[in-house]
Design a protein around this ligand. Sequence first.
Ligand SMILES: NC(=O)c1ccc[n+]([C@@H]2O[C@H](COP(=O)([O-])OP(=O)(O)OC[C@H]3O[C@@H](n4cnc5c(N)ncnc54)[C@H](O)[C@@H]3O)[C@@H](O)[C@H]2O)c1
Length: 450
Amino acid sequence: MNRRQFVRNAGLTTAAFAAIPDQTIFASQADEKIKVVMIGVGMRGQNHLDLLLKRNDVDLIAICDVDDKMLQMSKAIIAKSGKPMPKIFTGDENAWKKMLELKGIKAVIIATPWELHKPMIISAIDAGIKYIGTEVALGINLQDHWDVVHAAEKSDAHVMMLENVCYRRDVLAALSMVRAGIFGEMIHLQGGYQHDLREVKFNDGINPYGNGVEFGEKGFSEAKWRTNHSVHRNGDLYPTHGVGPIAQCININRGNRFLKLNSFATKSRGLHNYIVEKGGATHPNAKVNFRLGDIVTTTLDCANGETIILQHDTNLPRPYSLGFRFQGTKGLWMDVNKSIYVEGVSKPHAWDSAKEWLDKYDHPLWKKYGNDAQGAGHGGMDFFVIHAFIEAAKRNEPTPLDVYDAAAWSAITPLSEQSIEMGNETIDFPDFTGGKWMSRKPIFALNDDY
Ligand SMILES: NC(=O)c1ccc[n+]([C@@H]2O[C@H](COP(=O)([O-])OP(=O)(O)OC[C@H]3O[C@@H](n4cnc5c(N)ncnc54)[C@H](O)[C@@H]3O)[C@@H](O)[C@H]2O)c1
């Protein structure tokens, strides 16, 4: 596809991407096969595993996990794929370090508990691996995020947060609308992680979702480690599903940046009530005090004058919704009511159904790869995030979401904790790019390549 076809298909204004050279946007398909390893093949890692095994450009040479059951599940996925069994590293919590010594690793995918991401990313960089795809988040505290940024800069390594929601079909279509100027100049954006995770945070220690109120050592999968963050921390613990797509709309770290942040947390009721309802008032976990407020609301202010509201809402009964609102001087998209309003096109003061607009602005990536994405996790978007990571690695190009994005999105968590701790004080946002945000150009999802 050439530039003119792409611009026509995506409904983009040529001016929007005039600054970007053709060879960047329309890079040719590389057919190199790369050596990939995985650390963590739990519930999330197994999604990535399945997608990697379906690709002919990936040679999965090794996987590492400490949990026998997760490894058995992963081996079954590998056997079913017909691909050769990779080398398995296990046995102790540092087995992954041995794996990183393997020769010729081009890329590593990390899908382990949050607190392990930083040491695993930095060790992978130190081992000479140039492409690191990590699940949310980069680390726990602000210093962790700086450490990863500095390590990546020092070694010219590419650290990509595997934030799948950036590739959701409606989100990418809405991004195409933003880039085409349909909503005018962006003014305000909202999003969040609004997902009843009570059956993820508690289980019976055998199956991942529900059927019990155990967590910590007695829990399985995320209940084993994630719930403890709700016991000890109060802040937006998972900002990236909301802020990732929003950041693309307003070019964060590429002409714009977060300037300030503050957060408010409600009281905490949902997790305790769930334990009492499902496990009884005498269950030992009914005595646990959860610090995490049921709803944490964070406001961010940006250099180009936009505001953002993020909500972390994972402890109460509710249907899933990320609550997106992309609003500009001429109109807005809201995903909760599946509606769009565009001044001069929509009937005055009346919502259009979003579907027709989103179909019209369907992103070139989805047009090209929609069939390949069918069956991939989370409505297909998981395909695209792995696709983007692997394609960038094959071509030795920067990943479309980079270490500055990962650090800025991840930093919302410790900054929101700090704001709440300080009585909802507004806090300055660090500039992880060291001023480069002023001259960096957008590269995310500019074409139908990756
Ligand atoms: N983007 C999404 O849609 C999405 C969905 C689910 C999870 N996630 C993220 O993925 C990551 C993993 O979550 P999950 O649901 O797979 O959790 P999980 O508990 O199911 O899997 C984590 C795995 O890491 C393994 N592990 C722990 N310590 C290890 C060590 N020292 N060495 C090697 N392996 C080790 C565990 O044994 C487990 O198999 C988290 O960051 C989570 O937030 C993202």
